[in-house]
Design a protein around this ligand. Structure first.
Ligand code: AKB
Length: 325
């Protein structure tokens, strides 16, 4: 374990889809009091509140961030707060402000205060139609069509710069769509793959905003968390990529996911009404080549389409039975 002297970890975006589960995992691993969860607008749920410190933080304000880092003796930041692809297209100026200003402030604070390590997620959204869409290589051309993708490319370059110029130990992976049962995602193009489970169990009907044959790279939450933790624990000498690593797990289309869900809910009906998100999905890879992550720091996802679907249905069915929606 790289952290000696038990300084603190700060998680921004801790009330979001990844943050809400990653924070709990970090608290299990490093101690409840050592992980400070920071949200901005969304109210934290009971698990997040009762398992350790929670604060409100606007990371576009550097002074606020500096205060928190000093007050809690933070030495590691997981910076998850971001506006995703579909929400970004509705207000590109806002997406640029949130995604770029917060990352810049985090990197600046990491530089000024010599923080030990920073994790920042990039996305498959860095790729555009000019990149090969099947088994997209690590070093494929990056010409995204969304403002979200533009902020992720700019962010990757900024992280690489801060590493080379100032030695900030910032690490990153390009996440695909993340599927999870605890907190709904918001504003993404891959969100259908989570919503579909909620609607299949509650109503046995879902209207999908992507075409039935739209294949996209996806990942189940336990693998998503494992990617962040494994990368952050890796020996610095093994991290040869300081922009962001491709990580892959599963690739499937809505039709393939529907077929898998129907094994548990045979009368489930899915309709298709593609909207503006179809164009975004069509500009992204269908599958990803993640050999660099596998070779450098041992990336190895566990869940496939069948095991992810089984686990999602079991978890959500239990939750809904208890009346927790
Ligand atoms: C989105 O759909 O915007 C995100 C992503 C792939 O980064 N889930």
């Amino acid at each position: 374990m790289y952290r000696k002297g038990m300084k603190k970890i700060l998680v921004t975006g801790a009330t979001g889809q990844i943050g809400s589960e990653l924070t709990l995992e970090l608290r299990n691993k490093y101690g409840r009091e050592n992980v400070v969860a920071a949200g901005h607008k969304r109210k934290p749920d009971e698990k997040l509140l009762s398992s350790g410190p929670f604060i409100y933080l606007d990371a576009t304000k550097k002074e606020e961030l500096e205060k928190v880092v000093e007050e809690y003796n933070v030495d590691t930041i997981y910076h998850l707060a971001a506006v995703l692809s579909a929400a970004g297209e509705e207000n590109p100026q806002h997406a640029w402000k949130i995604n770029m200003e917060t990352l810049y402030n985090i990197l600046e604070v990491a530089r000024e205060k010599s923080l030990t390590r920073v994790f920042w997620p990039s996305s498959i959204a860095v790729f555009g139609p000019e990149a090969p869409r099947v088994k997209t290589p690590q070093n494929a051309v990056l010409i995204p069509r969304t403002i979200y993708g533009v902020t992720k490319v700019a962010g990757e370059l900024l992280c690489n710069y801060y590493f080379l110029r100032y030695g900030v130990d910032v690490r990153s992976v390009r996440y695909p769509g993340i599927i999870s049962s605890e907190t709904l995602p918001g504003g993404g193009t891959t969100d259908y793959a989570v919503e579909i489970f909620y609607e299949a169990i509650r109503r046995k009907r879902y209207t999908c905003f992507l075409r039935a044959d739209t294949v996209l790279p996806m990942m189940y939450m336990p693998d998503c968390i494992n990617a962040a933790l494994t990368l952050m624990e890796a020996d610095p000498a093994r991290i040869r990529c300081r922009t962001s690593y491709n990580v892959a797990a599963i690739s499937f289309s809505p039709a393939e996911l529907v077929a898998e869900i129907k094994k548990y809910i045979p009368d489930f009906i899915c309709e298709y009404k593609p909207d503006f998100r179809q164009k975004i999905a069509d500009s992204w890879p269908m599958s990803i080549d993640d050999s660099a992550a596998r070779e450098d720091w041992g990336w190895n996802p566990k869940y496939d389409l069948a095991s992810m679907t089984k686990d999602m249905i079991e978890k959500l069915t239990k939750r809904f039975a208890k009346g927790h929606f």
